[in-house]
Structure formats: C-alpha cells, structure tokens
Design a protein around this ligand. Structure first.
Ligand SMILES: Cc1ncc(COP(=O)(O)O)c(C=O)c1O
Length: 473
C-alpha cells in the first residue's frame, strides 16, 4: 500500500491518512479481506506518530470500512467498495440569482426596502443585551410555535390601539415575515376549495406562493381606490380573497369604506376568508393611518402584519392574526415549517415595543419617508410635467409613475441600468398579461434624495427613446 501524508497541509494528518485509506477501499483497490499494515509498521513507514495511525484506523472502524477487530490484524471489510458519483472537487455550479442583487454603484429604485442605514442599531443592541441576561432556559431552549407570549402581547396591544384590529394575543402566530404567513394561510385555507381571488396587479411573489399551493387564481383589477369590488367574480366560492386595503401593492390606492363593506359582503355570501396584508400602512403621509379591515369583521379576516418595512426585512418577523377556528391549525403548520421563530429577536422586539421605542421609531421614519416621497414627486413633476402621472403616493415606500404612450421593454431596463439606475416595471406584477406596461414602480425607501435626482435624470435621458411613435393618421 503506497501512501504519503503532507505535513504542511491544513488538513490534520489523521484526516489525511483516513481519507487516503478510505479512497483505496471505496475504489476497490484495497479489496475486502485485505490486511492493512500494523499501526506501528505504517507509522514507521510514513514517519508519523503511531497515534495518528491508530486514530485513522479507529475512524475507519467506526464507519464500517474495516472489519470488526478479531485477533491482531486490521482487515478491509466487505461491501465497502463504491465507485458511484463521489466527487473530490465541488461541482461547477452557475450562480443562482433571485434577481435581488444590484451591481454596486447602481441606484436601486427597488420598492419595499426601508432605509437600512436608519435601523436603530444602538437601541436594538441594548435590547438584545438585556434579553440575553435572562435565564438560559428562557433564552436557549425550544419554544412554542406561536412565538413568545411577550411579543404576541406587545403586538396585540399595538394592533388594537393603532390599527383597530380586534384580537386576543392567543390568536397571534409569530412568523418569518409576511412571506411565511402567506404560506401558512394558504396551507390552512387551500384544500378542497382551490379558487383564490387576488388584486391585479399584486406582488408576483404572492402570486407564485399562492399558485404553488395548487390554487386557481382569479384576478380583480384595481384603481386608485384599491380593489374594484364591483368586479369580484361571481358565481364563485373562493377559499379566500387576498387584499392590501390600506395600501394596494403596487398601485398604491386605499380602499374606501364602501368597497370594504362590499368585499366583506362578498366574503360572507361566498363563504370566503379575506387575507388582509397590512405591510406598510404605518407610513401614511397625508393623514393618520387608516383602520384595518380586520376590525370590521374579525371572524372573516386573517390579518398579516410585518416588521420588514418599519424596522428591516432581515429581521424576518411578521405575524398572523387568525380567527379562533384556525388557531390550532395555524400553530401546527408553523411548527411543521420551522418549529418557531428565533427567540432572541422576538424578546428584543417585544421589549423594543413595550418601552415605546417602536412607536418613536415609526414616527421618525414616517417623517423621513415623507421627505423622500416629496423629493421624488417634485423631481418627477419637474422632469416630466404632464407627460407623466403619479399614482399612490400617499403611503409607503414607493409610488407608481405612469407615462402614457410609453412601453417599457427589457432593452430600456438594461440601458438605464448600464447608465447607472435600476428601474422596475409594474407589469412584472400584473396578472393580466400586457397591462400596466406604461408604469414604473419607484421605491424611495433606501435611496437618498440626491440618488433620486440623479436616477430620475437618467430616466429622463432614456425615456424619449421608448415612447411609442404615434400611428400615422
Ligand atoms: C405586498 C407585500 N406584502 C408584504 C411584503 C413583506 O414581506 P415580508 O414581511 O415577508 O418581508 C411585501 C414586500 O415587499 C409586499 O410587497
């Protein structure tokens, strides 16, 4: 048996020796029943310590490569040869991208990212330090799928006082953001009834999640007042209607009470639930936040909230508020999915809310985003005047700019990105193909006012190339 070890390698000598013998056995070059040299002999041949050989042999015994010890010899076990697809080097894999990465230096108008530089890091660190002083049994053990009681209590008080939600902490399940909450809701509600009604447009991610549960999607168009409830599909018995009544994503409308009532009546008549996605209504600039739909009919509405916009998306904390008959199933689905959310940030967040830091942070951020919204709206108007229309700018971290007569193409997006600004089409989120092609989704949450100005100058420079030439009359 020819063998050597590399004394300069970062791989310990035991692992090297084990690996070489293992390779010989797997390849069949050392066949079953072959006798290995004694540990003393091999150590002397390789000029290494005998302990290294003994440890390598022990590992090979433990994994079944060597036959159970009998007498004084060391023998190769039978059935250990395998020339399958084992690789020495990792495979060459193409970079898999979900399209989130933006090249450095490019101004990113992506919607929905809050100002990451304004995350309250110091305060958060203080909260984390304080909760880490709790007894280890509190902090480091397995917990309950619905999440920490302290956080559910704090969220309950917040949504009851700020969002007119009607609920008890026991109805709340802490989730890894809205995304997981939607998955859980789909799991609970999509069974025999496969029809689901969605606003059109609505985030593509949401369409994909709902579809992945086997649902049949039905689109209801939106306008500046959110979902056009007069167009809710009939006759149909959907399992749920998905709605963003406080701030339609992406078009930005808010649903007036008449449409909310119409939607609730539809849900009652058809036996559907309503999933209310309340993702960024805290940032309403031209008046106080609107009340939730939940408070009007708590038994029919599954409410979903998130901290992705008010704090940061990386924290991955959101929540589901379930009607009583879905609580048990909701908890068990969360448990099957990932047992429960990570505990330290749940407790830190509970403390952050209870001490009043959360409301103060939201108030500060609202003023900040209002300024950005103003900068974006003013610059758009200066640059494009009446050639462009702004939609849905009263709330949130984005607005929509419509450029009648334009049709934004892949070529346009590639050209503006090459010039230094990445823009996003509303059309990506449209369920009805070919609609919303003259609209851009402009996020301002995580870019500076200067970047807004520079980015919109790039937009202006490129826009005229993409304006459709009017047909000759
Ligand atoms: C409509 C809508 N709901 C919710 C979210 C937030 O998702 P999450 O809480 O999983 O970060 C987003 C993210 O952009 C969104 O567009």
């Amino acid at each position: 048996m020819w063998m050597s070890v590399d004394r300069k390698s970062a791989v310990p000598m035991t692992r090297q020796l084990y690996g070489r013998i293992r390779e010989e056995i797997l390849s069949g070059r050392l066949h079953p029943g072959a006798r290995l040299p004694s540990s003393r002999e091999l150590a002397s041949r390789l000029q290494i310590s005998r302990n290294v050989v003994l440890e390598a042999y022990d590992l090979l015994y433990a994994e079944g490569f060597l036959a159970p010890k009998q007498g004084d010899g060391t023998y190769v076990a039978s059935g250990a040869a395998f020339t399958g697809p084992a690789r020495k080097a990792p495979p060459v894999v193409e970079k898999v991208t979900m399209g989130y990465d933006c090249p450095p230096g490019v101004i990113n108008f992506r919607a929905g990212t809050p100002n990451l530089k304004m995350f309250p890091t110091k305060l958060w660190l203080q909260m984390v330090k304080e909760v880490l002083l709790l007894p280890p049994e509190e902090m480091f053990a397995y917990g309950h799928p619905e999440g920490r009681q302290e956080l559910r209590q704090a969220i309950c008080e917040y949504v009851v006082s700020q969002r007119e939600v009607v609920c008890h902490p026991e109805q709340i399940v802490i989730t890894a953001g809205t995304t997981q909450a939607i998955g859980i809701a789909c799991h609970l509600l999509i069974g025999k009834r496969l029809d689901v009604v969605l606003e059109d447009p609505i985030t593509r991610d949401i369409q994909l999640i709902v579809k992945s549960h086997g649902a049949i999607l039905h689109a209801v168009p939106v306008d500046s007042d959110g979902m056009r409830t007069a167009e809710l599909p009939l006759p149909l018995n959907p399992t749920f209607v998905y709605a963003t009544p406080s701030h339609q994503f992406p078009i930005g409308g808010t649903m007036p009470i008449q449409r909310r009532i119409e939607l609730l009546r539809y849900a009652e008549t058809t036996g559907a639930f309503i999933i209310e996605d309340d993702y960024d209504s805290e940032f309403r600039f031209d008046g106080p936040p609107l009340s939730s739909l939940h408070g009007l009919h708590p038994d029919r509405v599954v409410y979903i909230g998130t901290f992705s916009k008010t704090l940061c998306p990386a924290i991955r904390i959101g929540y589901l508020i379930l009607p009583p008959q879905l609580i048990g199933l909701g908890r068990s689905r969360k448990w099957q999915s990932d047992l429960h959310n990570e505990v330290t940030s749940q407790l830190a967040l509970a403390r952050f809310i209870r001490l009043g830091h959360y409301l103060r942070h939201v108030t500060r951020m609202r003023k900040h985003y209002q300024q950005k919204r103003n900068d974006m709206a003013v610059t758009l108007t200066q640059r494009f005047g009446t050639r462009m229309e702004i939609l849905g700018s009263a709330t949130g971290l984005h607005l929509v700019a419509r450029f009648p007569g334009c049709e934004f193409t892949q070529h346009f997006f590639a050209a503006t990105e090459a010039a230094g600004a990445r823009f996003y089409p509303v059309a990506t989120h449209a369920m009805k193909l070919g609609t919303h092609r003259d609209e851009l989704l402009l996020g301002y949450g995580n870019i500076s006012s200067e970047e807004i100005r520079v980015g919109l100058a790039i937009l202006a420079k490129h826009l005229d190339h993409y304006r459709r030439v009017p047909a000759p009359s």
